[in-house]
Design a protein around this ligand. Structure first.
Ligand code: HEC
Ligand code: HEC
Length: 404
């Protein structure tokens, strides 16, 4: 039975088995319950419609690499997290594979996420639980009183070509507006460098916007998640035995394969939007969600993929870093981002995601909104405004967001 059909049947069975509705269920739970009934029948792994035949061929080849399970002979390892892109981005979405980042507070017991956090080990903060190619010791960090571990759920990869295409000037415009604004919502550009480059670029990819391009991010994923070196990241990722190569001597993946994978991601379509513009969209602005989750940004006219060039990109992010407070902090410094900062998550195809926020702590959109609140979070006012809405209004807003 296809996975979706089975999931649908299981959901229906679970719904039938549930006890009759308890009259004490409060309004918020009712909103969340109605959210849980959303059933999806569409797909998120399709190419953009306007591809030329040779682009479509490239898309299919890249798709093959994205699904491929790399083996020891291909250069997997020595230490790695998963052996395939699709292990962590199934159907181009989120999970099931995750990445675990581990930091340590300073021995003097610094208060939550201020200056005193550092990677859990000299080998970094990223666990690599599997070994191959002669390695015997995985990279794992034991728990301890000063240890904080965060599981990062992968973002989806669909619609990311559109994020790459957004004009720098648009992001700079939003950063200036943020700097001039009175009030708690700030937002700043992540300025990052490609390895060996002197010029700074705008970080767009990754949960902390550490990577400026899809090519760079893909090479990082191959390297850090799968232990596959490429001309862009030619040295093996840290491993406890200090091994500097694996079963495939030298660089494991060609630049052409990195580009094929990146092009595959570039050519993925934006999933169809099901939200009607109306009351929900209006409330999204009124409550202040749209200040960070900017509904639309203009793309570059010279972006190489014609479908994404010179269009309004409805991506619902400003691509800026925001201080989300102690509640969401993971203590990790990465690229230009600090321990409490995150890139505004693009609200794209949310119905394809199994759980929300960087660590998947929120099972519903209502819960994701509430988790924006915390000491020092720029989003506190928006959460308060959401909570102050009546039931109907809250429902309309959530319905709008669910369909993005
Ligand atoms: C072990 C799990 C894992 C594997 C394998 C993996 N990813 Fe990811 N991916 C993640 C996580 C986690 C993130 C978020 C990265 C971060 O900031 O920590 C991510 C982020 C991304 C992003 C950025 C999305 C955004 O919104 O910024 C792209 C693009 C991506 N991955 C592509 C790939 C490709 C291509 C491969 C295969 C070469 C791959 N990933 C393999 C877990 C994985
Ligand atoms: C101050 C900026 C800011 C405001 C205001 C804000 N958000 Fe967010 N939002 C973020 C950031 C940053 C993240 C990523 C946080 C994380 O992953 O821990 C995020 C994540 C999310 C997610 C999870 C997306 C995913 O991929 O898991 C949803 C849903 C969401 N926001 C909806 C909203 C709604 C609805 C509102 C208005 C009530 C809102 N946000 C207001 C910055 C903001």
């Amino acid at each position: 039975m296809p996975r979706r059909t089975r999931a649908l049947l299981l959901a229906l069975l679970a719904a039938c088995a549930r006890a009759p509705e308890d009259s004490t269920v409060d309004a918020v739970e009712a909103v969340e319950a109605s959210e849980a009934r959303v059933v999806r029948t569409d797909r998120a792994d399709l190419p953009v419609a306007e591809l030329e035949p040779e682009q479509l061929t490239r898309f299919r080849e890249g798709d093959g690499l994205f699904e491929a399970v790399y083996r020891e002979v291909d250069g997997l390892g020595p230490a790695y997290i998963r052996a395939s892109c699709s292990d962590c981005h199934r159907e181009d979405g989120r999970g099931p594979g995750v990445v675990t980042r581990v930091v340590q507070t300073s021995p003097i017991g610094a208060s939550l996420v201020q200056a005193g956090w550092s990677p859990a080990s000299p080998l970094g903060d990223t666990e690599r639980p599997y070994v191959t190619a002669g390695a015997t010791i995985p990279l794992l960090f034991p728990d301890g009183p000063e240890i904080r571990r965060t599981q990062r759920l992968p973002p989806a990869v669909f619609g990311r070509g559109l994020l790459e295409a957004i004009a720098d000037a648009e992001i700079e415009r939003l950063a200036r507006a943020a700097a001039d604004r009175d009030g708690p919502v700030r937002g700043r550009i992540a300025r990052v460098r490609l390895p060996g480059a002197s010029e700074e670029l705008i970080g767009r990819f990754g949960l902390k916007a550490a990577a400026p391009t899809l090519t760079d991010f893909t090479a990082r994923a191959l390297h850090g998640d799968m232990g596959l070196t490429s001309p862009l990241y030619p040295e093996e990722a840290p491993n406890p035995e200090g091994l500097t190569d694996d079963a495939k001597p030298g660089v494991d993946v060609t630049l052409e394969d990195v580009e094929l994978l990146a092009d595959y991601v570039r050519m993925l379509a934006l999933p169809t939007r099901t939200s009607a513009r109306g009351e929900g969209a209006r409330l999204f602005e009124e409550v202040g969600c749209a200040t960070c989750h900017t509904p639309s940004l203009r793309t570059r006219p010279d972006y190489p993929l014609a479908a994404w060039a010179d269009v309004d990109a409805f991506v619902y992010t400003d691509l800026l870093l925001h201080d989300m407070g102690d509640g969401l902090a993971d203590g990790v410094r990465e690229g230009d981002a600090g321990p409490r900062e995150w890139r505004t998550a693009p609200l794209i195809g949310l119905r394809f995601l199994p759980a929300y926020l960087h660590d998947g702590r929120a099972p519903t959109i209502a819960a994701a909104i509430r988790e924006h609140r915390g000491p020092g979070s720029e989003a506190n006012d928006a959460v308060a405004a959401f909570d102050a809405l009546g039931d109907e209004a809250r429902r309309a807003l959530i319905e709008f967001v669910s369909g993005l």
